[in-house]
Design a protein around this ligand. Structure first.
Ligand code: NI
Ligand code: MN
Length: 224
């Protein structure tokens, strides 16, 4: 499976006809290594929570490509008004789909959706374990360090995508602890340096974290 980092928490995954974006915050993302128009073909869009820097361009991308948005029940309910394909699930749930399996994992964070009329409920925030071609990718979403991450160890994660930017999520110190809990084969840091408030040095994370840490600049890829 091909994985490409597009900046902030945005990742593109591809394996055969499975072409997916996770947390497609492209418009307004100073790190975005792609444009919305670049995506002509998408099968799935994963949305971890309702915040604008994750829900991002999910609606226009789903409309343009027919991709199915996979997200929690509350965000799915909100998205129904836009006439897009939606698959809702919830924390702890695992489902087999045509490309593999998806499990939604807990995240310690918020999930409100900002609308012109104010903020509305986006349910509980989460993360995803996406299994394709026998490889498991864990996208943590936005989260603080939680003991729940210890349970992810038994999932045998191949690649963990973890936030390290602090302020809204784990910082480097806590992300290092998260790696100890999860024991993934490879960790790729995310959600840092997009804005000054989440500035963080991934080289320090790489030095301190157990196992292999791959630092991807926006636009760089990794073969899982
Ligand atoms: Ni958030
Ligand atoms: Mn965020």
């Amino acid at each position: 499976m091909k994985l490409k980092y597009l900046g902030h928490s945005v990742f593109y995954l591809e394996s055969g006809s499975f072409k997916a974006l996770i947390d497609p915050f492209i418009t307004g993302n100073p790190q975005a290594a792609a444009k919305v128009e670049d995506f002509k073909e998408l099968s799935h869009i994963f949305v971890t929570h309702g915040h604008g820097d994750h829900l991002g361009d999910a609606v226009p991308l789903a409309k343009a490509t027919g991709a199915t948005i996979i997200t929690n029940y509350e965000i799915g309910d909100y998205l129904e008004q836009f006439d897009v394909n939606i698959h809702t699930m919830h924390i702890g749930g695992r489902v087999k789909l045509d490309f593999g399996t998806v499990k939604m994992t807990p995240a310690l964070h918020g999930s409100g959706i900002s609308t012109p009329g104010g903020m509305i409920c986006g349910g509980n925030p989460g993360g995803f374990i996406i299994e394709v071609d026998g490889k498991k990718i864990y996208h943590a979403g936005d989260t603080g360090l939680t003991m729940d991450m210890k349970l992810l160890e038994i999932e045998n994660i191949d690649v963990a995508l973890l936030p390290i930017g602090g302020n809204f999520t784990m910082d480097i110190t806590d992300a290092v602890r998260a790696v100890d809990f999860i024991s993934p084969k490879v960790t790729i840091p995310m959600h840092y340096n997009t804005f000054p408030i989440i500035d963080s040095d991934p080289e320090i994370f790489k030095e301190k974290a157990a196992g292999d840490v791959i630092i991807l600049r926006p636009g760089e890829g990794y073969e899982v």
